[in-house]
Design a protein around this ligand. Structure first.
Ligand code: HXC
Length: 258
């Protein structure tokens, strides 16, 4: 049997997904994204999983969409198939948190895939960029939308228009990355963070993720109302009773809904 393009592994309550085209620096063909979306949906539906980590190889998280595959495509090919609107866009519907553990290159679609995750933890050798302009195209999966929200308009313009890469330290300063860790500690740190998330009550984890994502979509007052209603809803759960009782009793909570 041939090697999977995305390897999956379960570590406790964490689902680990590893992009597995190392020779092509994890170039993101449609087949890779199909496998990734299917594996993520599987973990999302699995009651024993509370969070996921997505990673690549030491040299590359992913160096972008597959240029060899795209090279011959015409407008009609991509338009009729709505390239990026199907399997790529479906990643947005994953409800459980996904941490991108980025080592090496995260370029083009690779940077956009990391940004589609909920948290980016970067190794100190990570390099982020949107070099599509050098190929005569532009980013297609959030490089002109998620990136300016994460790092400011000025820096997004700089990265997208010049195609330069930024290192992990700059990415953290700019707000794209939540933590930078030594490359040797990347997986430990990402898996620990995911395990911590997976130990919380799942309804509050999912609602917190949805509320933060909502803050990118509409007005502040709509977002505040969305948050408040979700906050109210959590008072209907046994886990709210347990979490608050555990605090008062000075013990660790035993959440039922994980
Ligand atoms: C297909 C790729 C690839 C890619 C690397 N490879 N990136 N194949 N698509 N995006 C392949 C190379 O062809 C090569 O294959 C092998 O991986 C190793 O790459 P090298 O270039 O030899 O490695 P190196 O010299 O170390 O340079 C690393 C690099 C460079 C700086 C990351 O590979 C590079 O610039 N890659 C392209 C980055 C890019 O432009 N990304 C944006 C893609 S467009 P062989 O067979 O020769 O060994 C995009 C659109 C997004 O992402 C739209 C939404 C998804």
């Amino acid at each position: 049997m041939s090697e999977p393009l995305v390897k999956t592994e379960v570590r406790g309550r964490v689902g680990l997904l590893t992009l597995n085209r190392p020779k092509a620096l994890n170039a993101l063909s449609n087949e890779v994204i199909d496998e990734l979306a299917q594996a993520m949906r599987g973990f999302d539906a699995d009651e024993n999983i509370g969070a996921m980590v997505l990673t690549g190889s030491e040299k590359a998280f992913a160096a972008g969409a597959d240029i060899g595959a795209m090279q011959g495509w015409t407008f009609m090919d991509v338009y009729k198939k709505d390239y990026l609107g199907g399997n790529w866009e479906s990643l947005k519907r994953i409800r459980k948190p996904v941490i991108a553990a980025v080592s090496g290159y995260a370029l083009g679609g690779g940077c956009e895939l990391a940004m589609a995750c909920d948290i980016i933890i970067a190794a100190d050798n990570a390099r982020f960029g949107q070099p599509e302009i050098k190929l005569g195209v532009i980013p297609g999966f959030g490089g002109t939308q998620r990136l300016p929200r994460a790092v400011s308009k000025a820096k997004a313009m700089d990265l997208v228009l010049t195609a330069r890469m930024m290192d992990a330290e700059e990415a953290e300063r700019a707000g794209l990355v939540s933590r930078v860790v030594p490359a040797s500690r990347l997986m430990e740190e990402a898996l620990d963070a995911a395990a911590t998330i997976a130990s919380m009550s799942l309804p509050s984890v999912i609602m917190a993720k949805e509320c933060i994502n909502q803050s990118y979509e509409g007005s502040l007052s709509d977002g505040m109302m969305y948050e408040r209603r979700n906050f109210h809803a959590l008072f209907s759960t046994e886990d709210q009773k347990e979490g608050m009782a555990a605090f008062m009793d000075k013990r660790k909570p035993e959440f039922k809904h994980r």
